[in-house]
Design a protein around this ligand. Structure first.
Ligand code: COI
Length: 363
């Protein structure tokens, strides 16, 4: 297998961004993790090296057939100065589920989680501490065999890169307007919607552009077969507060099995809400929105955390949710989730893992 993790430290550290003005995914830290796979040899040459470009052959399969998967996770600095990861084992479990679906060889989850912790320790001065910021972690795997046959690659590269980030959506905790997409679909059951693979995101971009052009921030996706069941919003799972119940679409096979979704379900139940994971049609949702029983709506995701929805557009109609304001349940979920992730409050679910003490030396 991988053998020992080698570490080559950078001799040319980069200037750090001003963490008061971070956006999402712009800056990368000084180091990255890489590991290679060759059929017959397995994963090997696991190392942490200075961050930089990787040489790729134009015939590499990832460019032509999209055989690639990724994850998104975060590390946070707490008030005690400790850096913590949030449910990282869940991300590596899902990484391997995505690998299986995309015919990519699985990784040793414990080995890679340990390598990630070493990477964070090395780049610990990059973990931002301002409220609303975190270190975004992007593990990914790509097919690197140089061959134009459309069959599984014989060679792969797995990498982890790190990026200090602030809110994913410019609106932050301000409610966004979303548009129900009735033409394009993101994924279908039996397809790859449940895998975190690039094509799902590429497939969503045209509808996203059209929604922007019409003055909306995100798209509300419907199922790909009957075009009547609500699936996801943007690149997040979605929740609706209908009276005192919270409804979220059940995992149909075409929806991403979100780790923030799962955490939100646990926390909302802990707040005392009844949470229903079930199919919900756009007609039912619209009816609740029109009669005022749809009090709150929000999306959940690692990058976006908890993102409130204030208005829905569907064909030529629009309806406001909760007078277009961020609802109390949405705000409480955001506050309690982020405080738990940062280590500001007791980790009553046992979800965080301490990595090391921070060395915050931002300019
Ligand atoms: C995440 O939430 O981590 C994702 O991977 C979504 C991506 C569009 C940033």
């Amino acid at each position: 297998m991988q053998g020992e993790l080698k570490i080559e430290q950078s001799t040319q550290l980069k200037p750090k961004p001003n963490t008061a003005n971070l956006s999402f995914g712009v800056y990368m830290t000084d180091h990255m993790f890489t590991m290679d796979y060759d059929k017959g040899q397995g994963w090997h040459d696991a190392k942490i090296v200075p961050y930089g470009p990787i040489p790729m052959d134009p015939a590499a399969k990832v460019f032509h057939y999209g055989q690639t998967i990724f994850e998104g996770m975060k590390a946070y600095v707490g008030p005690d100065g400790d850096i913590r990861l949030f449910r990282p084992e869940k991300n590596f479990e899902r990484f391997n589920r995505s690998c299986r679906r995309m015919s990519i060889p699985e990784i040793d989850e414990a080995f890679v989680l340990n390598a990630l912790k070493e990477l964070i320790k090395l780049d610990r001065s990059w973990v931002p501490s301002e409220p609303g910021t975190s270190l975004y972690i992007r593990p990914f795997a790509i097919a690197t065999e140089n061959h134009l046959g459309a069959n599984p690659s014989l060679n792969y590269k797995m990498m982890i890169i790190l990026s200090p980030v602030a809110a994913y959506y410019a609106e932050g905790l301000n409610p966004v307007r979303i548009y129900v997409e009735t033409r394009d679909v993101r994924a279908v059951t039996g397809g790859v919607g449940e895998a975190k693979t690039a094509g799902n995101y590429a497939a969503s971009m045209q509808a996203q552009e059209n929604a922007y052009a019409a003055g909306y921030s995100q798209v509300l996706w419907l199922d790909g077969v009957q075009r009547k069941y609500v699936e996801e919003v943007g690149s997040m799972n979605v929740f609706f507060r209908i009276g005192d119940r919270i409804v979220t679409p059940s995992l149909s096979g075409s929806i991403l099995n979100g780790i923030t979704r799962d955490s939100a379900i646990h926390m909302l139940r802990d707040f005392g809400f009844e949470v229903e994971e079930r199919p919900i049609t756009i007609d039912e949702l619209w009816q609740h929105a029109e009669d005022g029983s749809l009090i709150e709506a929000f999306g959940t995701g690692t990058a976006a955390v908890v993102s409130p929805i204030g208005e829905i557009g569907w064909e030529d109609k629009t309806v406001k949710i909760g007078a277009g304001e961020t609802g109390e349940c949405t705000r409480r979920l955001y506050d309690e989730l982020t405080s738990l992730q940062r280590g500001d409050s007791e980790d009553r679910f046992g979800w965080t893992q301490t990595v090391c003490r921070a060395e915050t030396a931002q300019s």
